[in-house]
Design a protein. Structure first.
Length: 225
């Protein structure tokens, strides 16, 4: 059954080329040959991540209208995990800016591991720090933001946490300003371009020096035991 996504920001963030390139550079070493992109939206992650060694990219999107906009994937499936054939197995399953939209996030990730091959990887990118929760989060259907402990808590019990990073240290300050001053429920294209063109390159440099301990986004990688 198709679900309708309440947010309107996907086309804006599809233009965040520096951010997507940054995230892709950190994820590529963890990607296997067969990738399942859960909550793929309009396919914004495909151009930067569907590269070698990936041989098959399956985009799974519950909103049929969004799924129809996806290009570049090996397969596009309009649905949820329950839509997949029970025999499907993937080397990597991605939840990129997705779990914060799911009421029972831990149960969702536990279900996802059923579709991982032995030694497969589950990767989550999610907004960090509940104190940054803003009208924008509410407007696009976020249930929460994540701390290190809450991310560890939702991880699969049969998985090993191999990496937990916080990204976009400079963007954290911009998010805090929006929370305390602007209180905007939606970013403008001008704001997205400023963040992506100016703040993200600076964060990409600075994050290394903070040891990836500071940022407005959290990136976690689990390997199936």
């Amino acid at each position: 059954m198709s679900q309708h996504y309440v947010g309107t920001e996907l086309s804006l963030f599809a233009q965040a080329y520096n951010w997507k390139s940054y995230v892709a550079s950190l994820l590529r070493p963890w990607l296997g040959r067969r990738v399942l992109d859960v909550g793929a939206g309009i396919g914004g992650n495909i151009p930067t991540m569907f590269t070698d060694p990936v041989k098959e990219w399956v985009a799974l999107e519950p909103d049929a209208d969004l799924a129809r906009q996806i290009t570049g994937a090996s397969r596009v499936i309009a649905g949820t995990l329950e839509t997949l054939d029970s025999s499907e197995r993937f080397d990597t399953i991605l939840y990129l800016d997705v779990v914060e939209h799911i009421a029972n996030d831990a149960a969702e990730l536990a279900r996802a591991t059923r579709y991982l091959a032995p030694g497969g990887r589950l990767i989550v990118l999610a907004p960090a720090h509940q104190f940054l929760f803003s009208p924008f989060d509410s407007a696009i259907g976020h249930h929460r933001r994540y701390s290190p402990s809450s991310l560890r808590r939702i991880g699969p019990t049969n998985g090993r946490l191999d990496q937990l990073l916080f990204l976009d240290s400079v963007g954290l300050l911009a998010s805090l300003a929006n929370k305390l001053v602007l209180r905007s429920a939606a970013p403008s294209l001008k704001q997205i371009r400023f963040w992506d063109g100016t703040l993200v390159p600076f964060s990409r440099f600075l994050d290394r020096f903070t040891g990836y301990r500071v940022g407005k986004s959290a990136l976690a990688v689990w390997t199936l035991a």
